[in-house]
Design a protein around this ligand. Sequence first.
Ligand code: MN
Length: 512
Amino acid sequence: MASIRPLSEITSAMTSKEAADIALVTKAYEFAKEAHKDQTRYSGEPYFMHPAEVGFSLAEIGMDPKTIAAGLIHDSMEDAGVAAAIIEKEFGTEVLFLVRGVTKLGALRYRGLERHTESLRRLFAATAEDIRVLIIKLMDRLHNATTLEHVPVAKRKRIALETLEIYAPIADRFGMSVAKMALEDAAFPHAFPEEYEKTRELLKERKNETEKRLEKAEKDLKRALAEAGIREFRTEARMKGMYSLFRKLERKEWDIGKIFDILALRLIVPSVSDCYSVLGIVHQQWRPVPGKIKDYIAFPKPNGYQSIHTTVYTGDGGALEIQIRTESMHREAQFGIASHLSYKEALGYAEGTRGGSLEWIRQFIPGRSRRKMAAAALQEQTGRTVPDWVKDLALAHDQDPQSGDYLESLKKDFFSHRIFVFTPKGDVIDLPIAATPIDFAYAIHSEVANKMAGARVNGKMVSLDSTLRNGDMVEIITKPSAKPSRKWLDNAKTTMAKKMIRAALAAQKPGH
Ligand code: MN
């Protein structure tokens, strides 16, 4: 039986050492401990073990004291029957808001799937106001997913599937790769037991050989770097997650010999220019596999990920993936948005990151005056306060009254099929795949969109129904006389654009 995480471990994981912050977290810890004192988990362990772990994870990824406190008391209302008024009185409105956001709906009003999807909708609506709600929910789900073996079988499978289909992709979208892999690997054996076994067997056969190759490559590379006069670096072996390996095996006809990144070698260096120097040394040492060199430093992934990846032939008939990055890229690659929400960052002494990464998300986080000002300025310019995909999640509520449809569209539209396009100023706009310039225009500002007369993509005029592609630079051309037409409704893909077009069309009707 595992033991309850002691308060001292949570407070020492906290970034802030200020007395008031420690006091708040301490109070939340004692409060939740008391609230859950008569409850147990499926495992028979004290219930409080769960919120204590959630609070600890939040502290570990560097969240602020209020988020940690909310994580500790996140189940006090739902599972221990504590009244909202009491939480508000003891911890304030901000903590109450966070707790409410992660609280599932009452079992009396909704049942089964309906209750479940309503809870998801509420979660996304709260997230649209404050992204920290979702971070708490992810840590909550993470702990639940790692303790699934105690949950009754029928429920276990549903939780596992939902973790793979909804929560892990959200973590991925937020660049939280550590959380994503942990969620996937905790859920995988329960969601697909047979495939899990098959993957495990294949991996077992390969593991020794791959480990030996990595060890030798690491030694050779350290020598080559030393000879080139590069002294400041560290290496790390990265093991591919089991679920991620399974997905890749499916794409490669279950031929594990075709997968070169089961183990990857990471090189972490002080600066961006070191990254490129090291890449040169790696390619002098081993011949790179053509077409496998990816520069995510110059071209970050949509979720902000930065690194250089290359796969090299190691001379023993095999190949090895090598990832090169700086410390700050490494931290961001692991914790994603959480690394930007961290207390350290808010205090202003964290390393700066270049534009094009997750920088833009910081502006959506309420709570600190600097961010509030940035968010207000941004809203003035663009009408946006949260990433559009989060807003769309909340809006989809009006669109699909059928619970099943809502879940399906969540899985299909929001998580697997998104593109990122750019304004002429270089701002990132997040849209579903197959989005058109119409969606783009409404994502920028409805006033701009309602006066849209044409669009340029990468400098060329295109029709308004053309399909945008990842990385496109889009410019909207307006005319005072232009106005939305019925056809736009068919060509728009996002809920938000359709809603705004309908409103504009209704306003055009005579008599209005
Ligand atoms: Mn919970």
